[in-house]
Design a protein around this ligand. Structure first.
Ligand code: PBG
Length: 340
């Protein structure tokens, strides 16, 4: 057979020999060649829990998201189970009277997050993951994630109390412990504490690359930590949004200390970080589409600027394309309904 002539190769290698649109012509071929998929099982749904019975409160900066009392939250979790959502993440709205300088209410077996966890386990057993956030900000009068000494969040003393907080939540039935505080060394310390108490199967999902982001504003309204923080920021412990290599070091450390899943937060502005971590470590990466991202999508939709369903599902798929295994999103329930 005669060798292929250079001219012929060139013809095959570009238009009109190569037509990229051929494989976009029909739905069946687009579906056959789709590289990533998003389903309800990739979703983790964050829920805000309040005291009381039959209580639901809207959150002004997050239209469509409500704080729920435990009874209603438990019903909502049942819906999430029915829709195939894999986990829920609990965030307690602590009554101001129970907040203190040292956030010691975090250690009470009868605090909101523990009560909610027990109620959810009672209702749905282990059919859904229950992620409990570890950090002191729901419980401190100053709104910081750790203990404050002379205006500085101290690391090692905070880690000790975070270990106790983790044990308290594991005892209530948390299946995933998610430290969101960004103290150094807390993953190893928490892993050891859990193992020592017989909780070796409790998963640690570390907020490994958590940035000092301005996209958390609506969340701080939702849990009531904004007034406590009083315009302050968390820049002495959360990461500088300008950094990417530093995220790799954070992840490497958390993995070496025993993290099972590492998280990147916020989500959409940080897809490059997800991609780097996925490519370098080949471990499960979770992404958090945070409150400010939810607010942007929701408010643009409410103003008719974007098609809500299409844009939200596209944003969730983008996390998978970037390399995330799972996505925390306030849209989780709605998205799971859309995907059905
Ligand atoms: C605090 C915590 C925050 C979020 C989750 N856990 C806020 C913060 O660091 O101040 C943010 C979530 C969101 O914005 O949706 N430990």
């Amino acid at each position: 057979m005669a060798p292929i002539a250079m001219a012929e190769l060139n013809w095959l290698g570009s238009y009109p020999g190569t037509r990229m649109r051929r494989t976009r012509r029909w739905p069946w071929v687009r579906e056959m060649l789709r590289e990533t998929h998003f389903s309800a099982s990739n979703l983790i749904w964050p829920l805000f829990v309040i005291e009381g019975q039959n209580q639901r409160q809207p959150i002004a900066s997050m239209p469509g998201v409500e704080r729920l009392s435990i009874d209603l939250a438990t019903e909502a979790v049942q819906k999430a189970v029915d829709l195939g959502i894999s986990s829920i993440a609990l965030f307690p709205v602590t009554p101001p009277s129970l907040k203190s300088d040292d956030g010691v209410h975090a250690l009470s077996p009868d605090n909101l997050i523990c009560k909610a966890t027990r109620a959810i386990v009672d209702k749905v057993g282990s059919s859904i993951g229950i992620v409990c956030d570890v950090a002191l900000d729901p419980y401190t009068t100053h709104g910081h994630d750790g203990l404050l000494k002379n205006g500085y969040v101290v690391n090692d003393e905070t880690v000790e109390i975070l270990c106790q907080q983790s044990l308290n939540q594991a005892a209530a039935g948390a299946t995933v412990i998610a430290p969101s505080d960004m103290m150094d060394g807390r993953i190893g310390a928490i892993r050891r504490a859990l193992d020592g108490a017989g909780y070796q199967d409790v998963i640690v999902m570390s907020y490994a690359a958590k940035y000092a982001s301005s996209f958390y504003g609506p969340f701080r309204d939702a849990v009531g930590s904004a007034p406590s923080l009083g315009g302050g920021d968390k820049k002495t412990y959360q990461m500088d949004p300008a950094n990417s290599d530093e995220a790799m070091r954070e992840v490497a450390l958390d993995l070496s200390e025993g993290a099972d899943i590492v998280m990147v937060k916020p989500g959409m502005p940080y897809l490059d970080i997800i991609r780097r971590i996925h490519d370098a470590f080949h471990v499960p990466v979770a992404a958090y589409q945070v409150s400010g991202e939810y607010a942007m999508l929701k408010c643009a939709s409410l103003h008719g600027a974007i098609q809500e369903k299409d844009c939200v599902l596209e944003s969730l798929l983008a996390f998978r394309r970037a390399g995330a295994s799972s996505v925390l999103s306030y849209y989780a329930l709605q998205a799971a309904q859309w995907l059905k």
